[in-house]
Design a binder for this molecule. Structure first.
Ligand SMILES: [Zn+2]
Length: 404
């Protein structure tokens, strides 16, 4: 990130309407995912997230703070004078420059100086997601589509860090025509709106927790239920109950890997037989940086790295094939520094809970053991997935090996 002390403080914001429009236009142009407006005792600064990294957008004199925040609140049609309590609001912005309408979901939190505003930028093209757009390899895609055919059971997306889990959930959901099924979701927050899907926002402050809401929702004759996250035993049990009564339940769980997810459920207090009878599939995912096609250069792989690659891929590829793989490294150029070129690429591990795993889950074998068995049964590990995507010049080996 740039050195904030070297950036001078903007004294003048002539037209706040233009200023905010410019901010949103830049967010579209540079593909920022989040915009943070923060205050120190001397100035306010705006920094934006692109992939994982922050870029400082501007540093502005404090006298403009209230004009800027007020403008945002006007756009969001929320109370302007409320700055003592956290607030959530939404802005729909149409960029005349980019010919694009974006949804901006904002949250504010009072801090010691003022209030911090964080805005998530949701592009329309994000809502056109489907299973193909999250880059599942063909064999994984087939596995997922096969499991979805049965239309009941639990499908979990495992995520250790910020990894666009909602995109994956929605890409699965998009396989079902909402006019043919009763699809209901419990979300926190609601990020995308989908027609004919019954989306509910969880409000823990007024008793609506995932568990309490889920209990009411199953009485609504649903076919497919999407629960934002399973983080406690009660929600897990209700999801299992729904799955065992012929519903398809989609949810996410905070774990490191597909195999660790089984362990996590057991640690929550779920009986192993309930897991084997309800959970159909666990998709573990991470994001790696997508390489810039403008400046990428072929990378000379030394023996050491080549050996590492061989070791990882030997179960799924022939030696010759592995030797012929070529990789690219990232140079960094004007283009990837300044435009949308640096973008994300998904890597996955898809664990289908077939019978071959049943014995080990019932015996509560450690995650490492379950992983080993799954690999024997042709599960592509997340690292293999990433190395293969590096060999397809989608990402770099560096990014792949960062995963372990
Ligand atoms: Zn580049």
């Amino acid at each position: 990130m740039q050195d904030i002390n070297k950036i001078s403080i903007r004294k003048d914001v002539q037209d706040v309407v233009v200023y905010i429009n410019d901010l949103f236009d830049t967010a579209i142009e540079k593909n920022f995912s989040d915009i943070h407006i923060e205050t120190t005792k001397d100035f306010l600064f705006i920094r934006c997230r692109k992939d994982w990294d922050f870029e400082i957008y501007d540093k502005v004199s404090l006298e403009h703070l209230s004009t800027i925040v007020t403008r945002l609140k006007v756009l969001a049609k929320v109370k302007i004078d409320e700055n003592k309590k956290p607030q959530d609001w939404k802005i729909v912005y149409t960029s005349e420059k980019a010919w694009e309408t974006i949804d901006i979901r904002a949250s504010t939190l009072p801090t010691i100086y003022w209030e911090k505003v964080v805005m998530r930028v949701l592009r329309q093209n994000d809502s056109l997601i489907n299973l193909k757009s999250i880059w599942l390899f063909q064999n994984n895609l087939e596995k997922v589509e096969n499991v979805l055919k049965s239309k009941y059971g639990i499908i979990l997306v495992a995520w250790p860090t910020w990894s666009w889990k909602s995109t994956t959930l929605f890409s699965i959901l998009k396989n079902f025509n909402p006019l043919e099924y009763n699809i209901s979701t419990l979300e926190d927050p609601v990020e995308y709106n989908i027609d004919y899907v019954n989306q509910s926002q969880i409000k823990p402050e007024i008793w609506y927790t995932f568990a309490s809401w889920l209990r009411s929702l199953v009485r609504q004759d649903p076919d497919i239920i999407m629960v934002w996250e399973i983080r406690d035993k009660e929600t897990a049990l209700l999801s299992i109950e729904a799955a065992l009564t012929w519903h398809l339940v989609l949810s996410t769980i905070h774990t490191n890997s597909a195999s660790a997810t089984v362990q996590r459920l057991i640690n929550m207090g779920i009986e192993p037989f309930l897991i084997t009878s309800s959970v159909k599939m666990i998709i573990s995912q991470r994001l790696v940086k997508r390489i810039c096609s403008n400046c990428k250069k072929e990378e000379n792989i030394n023996e050491n790295v080549r050996e590492k690659i061989k070791k990882e891929l030997q179960d799924i590829m022939e030696q010759d094939e592995i030797n012929n793989l070529t990789f690219y490294k990232w140079i960094w150029c004007e283009k990837c520094n300044n435009t949308w070129y640096t973008w994300r690429q998904w890597v996955h591990e898809v664990l289908v809970l077939w019978e071959y795993l049943e014995k080990d889950i019932l015996n509560m074998s450690p995650a490492s053991e379950i992983h080993k068995i799954a690999v024997k049964e042709w599960m592509i590990t997340i690292l293999q997935d990433a190395i293969l995507k590096a060999a397809m010049w989608e990402t770099t080996l560096d990014e792949a090996f960062k995963l372990i």
